[in-house]
Each structure stands twice: as C-alpha cells, then as structure tokens.
Design a protein around this ligand. Sequence first.
Ligand code: PEP
Length: 263
Amino acid sequence: TMQRKKMVIGNWKMFKSASQASSEFSDFAKLIATKKLNIDVGIAAPSVFLADLARRTQNSVTLFAQNAHWANEGAFTGEISTGMLQSILVNGSLVAHSERRQMFGETDESAGKRVGALVRSGMKAVLCIGETLAERESGMLKQVLTRQIEKAIEASGIRSANEFIGSNPSSPLLSLAYEPVWAIGTGKAASPVEAQDAHAFIREVLSASFNKETSSLLQILYGGSVKLNNVKDYMACPDVDGALVGGASLIAKDFSDLCEKCD
Ligand code: PEP
C-alpha cells in the first residue's frame, strides 16, 4: 500500500495584523521552500489576509481558510463561499474546529455540508473532530468520534468514496484532524499512545464508512498542544499522519523548525 504523506497545518486562529501576517507568512514560505521537505505544509489564516497571502506561498505552503460556507452565494451575511476562496487561490479550509463547535454553533450536520461543498469544489477539507474531557472521562470517546465522522459524511451529500480522495491520492481532498478539546491551547497534550489509539479507531470508522483502501489513504492529523519538543513522538505513531498546530505556528522560524521535524 501507498505511504501516506505527512501534513502539518498551522492554525493562526484570530491572531495577527495585516502587516504581521504578510511578513510572517512570507518568511515562513521562504524557509519552507528552502528546506525542500517531503511533507505537505499549510497555514489556515484569518480570511481577510488570504488574498494577500496567496501571492506569497512560493508554491511551498498550502493556504487554508478557517471556515467556508456550503452555498455558492446568497443572503448569508458574514459568510464566505468555497467559490470565493477558490477565486483568490485558497486551497482548502478547516471545518468545524472545536472553537467553532463550542462557541459558534457548529454542528456535525453543518460541518458535513461544509465538507461537501469544499470537496465538490475540488478543495481540501480538514474536518476537525474530538471529545471533551467530560466525554472522555465518561467513556464516550468512541461514540463521539463515530458520531462526528458518520454524521458529517452523511450531511456532505457525497456518496462516492473516490470523490473524497480527488485526483491526487497522495494528497486526498478530505483529511481529519483529531483534536481532543482538553488538549487545545492548554499545554496538556494527549500522550502519543492516546493519540495513536484514537487515530487507529478513526481509521476503522472511515474504513466502515468508505472502504479499507480509501481509509488507508486519508491523512489523520493530531492537534492539541503540539510543540517543537513533542511533535516527533506523534509522527512516530503509525496512524498519525501529521499535525494541526495552533500556538506553535505563529512564528515563522519556530513553525518551520517544527515542520522540519515531521519530514
Ligand atoms: C488548534 O488550534 O487546532 C490547536 C491544536 O491549538 P494548540 O496547538 O495551541 O493547542
């Protein structure tokens, strides 16, 4: 079987001014271009900066939005469509980050509709899933992950597993980010064993939803307090195919060093 390519994505959340975003992103793209890594590297930036950043990727950094609406256009004040993102050369979007689930009413159903719109546009969708501490402590981890995945796939409206892969099997359109809510921004990272166990389970759910071959191609990223000094431990896990990185992605030099450790 084909070796999955590792993918590391920085999530800038709601940080940086326009000038900070431009200069940090340009520095980062240059550093990554110089390193010639055999991994996919991306940044998910605030939407107001994306058009500017698209001119600075050096073909070395994949550009992601942090959210995308499922309609082509319409009376949806404050929303941005996949077509709009595509028109400024954005490659994909995060979907249903836990902060959006917790604070902005994101559901498994709306998450699935976003995934569907992105994939149908030929764009990358990074579906974020993960349990709260209360859910883990009450033994509901597997139930929560299964629900989050199955409901999103159902709501995407896409019925063909191949459509989630797209035209390049080494860089499928759909990827998942396992981000235990208790590990995001807390400094309390999941252990590599906890991450591997969850990822192996996620791959089983994907296998049941699609098929074994599709499941073996999809990249599953770990997210939650990933830093320069722990990232290698996750990359050594057979079902961890990369990382979604918040705090440690904000400074170009530091994040490029972290990416290098994933190669
Ligand atoms: C995230 O924003 O998805 C994240 C994992 O944040 P942090 O790395 O800061 O925990």
